[in-house]
Design a protein around this ligand. Structure first.
Ligand SMILES: N[C@@H](CCC(=O)N[C@@H](CS)C(=O)NCC(=O)O)C(=O)O
Length: 219
């Protein structure tokens, strides 16, 4: 049975799942969640995602939510297709470094980028004014956290070492949107050459360009 993805093409956490599926060349069925109609809050939806969010996947009856968990599941299930995206599961230290890189994203990137996405992208779509104070604070916070990224990426090509992993790919959705709304910290080569080198490398992957194109085509 074809793997089913429940989500929204323009939603950042859904896009994390899609980029891994494209990296692995896995065919899937996409089911658009009617977020405006709040179908994700319906009792039938909550049976599969108790927090009423998207994305989740249904892989032949196996239900999984939380985008990072889904990325890991797909990367592991299709380990031999495309770029591995995860270390050999038997390699304890490489796996720990990949988990560390995932936590780096969750602690030092997403808490700053997601509020910017909400304020400068999500709110205007709904005709709501962004809170510029929140944006300013998050830009300052991200700017300082990216100094840590620069130290990591001066020593290695990707966040978990010299091979790309899901931890790198997890940055793509919100990183792309903040840049589109004018927060170009990831592209400032003079300030942080290694961050910019890394960002350009992941951003231009064909898998990600496909995800962006299908999101833009639906707007
Ligand atoms: N930690 C979750 C976050 C999922 C999430 O926040 N999804 C947003 C869309 S990008 C959502 O469902 N928002 C609607 C809501 O929370 O009611 C993940 O990584 O999957």
């Amino acid at each position: 049975m074809t793997l089913k993805v429940y989500g929204v093409l323009q939603a950042t956490f859904t896009q994390r799942v899609l980029v891994v599926l494209k990296e692995k060349n896995v065919s899937y069925e996409f089911i658009t969640v009617d977020w405006a109609g709040k179908t994700h809050k319906a009792p039938s939806y909550l049976l599969n995602h108790p927090f009423g969010q998207f994305p989740y996947i249904d892989d032949d009856g196996f239900i999984l939510y939380e985008s990072i968990a889904i990325m890991k599941y797909i990367a592991l299930k299709y380990r031999d297709q495309g770029a591995p995206l995860l270390p050999d599961p038997g390699d304890l230290k490489a796996t720990a470094l990949m988990e560390q890189a995932c936590s780096v994203e969750a602690s030092n990137f997403n808490p700053f980028t997601t509020p910017i996405v909400i304020e400068k992208y999500g709110k205007p779509i709904r005709g709501v004014e962004p809170d510029e104070e929140v944006v300013k604070e998050c830009v300052l916070g991200l700017d300082s956290k990216l100094d840590g990224y620069e130290l990591i990426l001066a020593k290695q090509r990707y966040l978990a070492g010299d091979s790309i992993t899901i931890a790198d790919l997890a940055h793509l959705p919100t990183g792309t949107i903040i840049s589109r709304v004018g927060v170009t910290l990831l592209e400032d080569f003079t300030k942080r050459p290694n961050v910019t080198r890394w960002w350009r490398e992941i951003y231009t992957r064909p898998s990600w360009q496909e995800v962006v194109a299908s999101a833009d085509a639906k707007i």
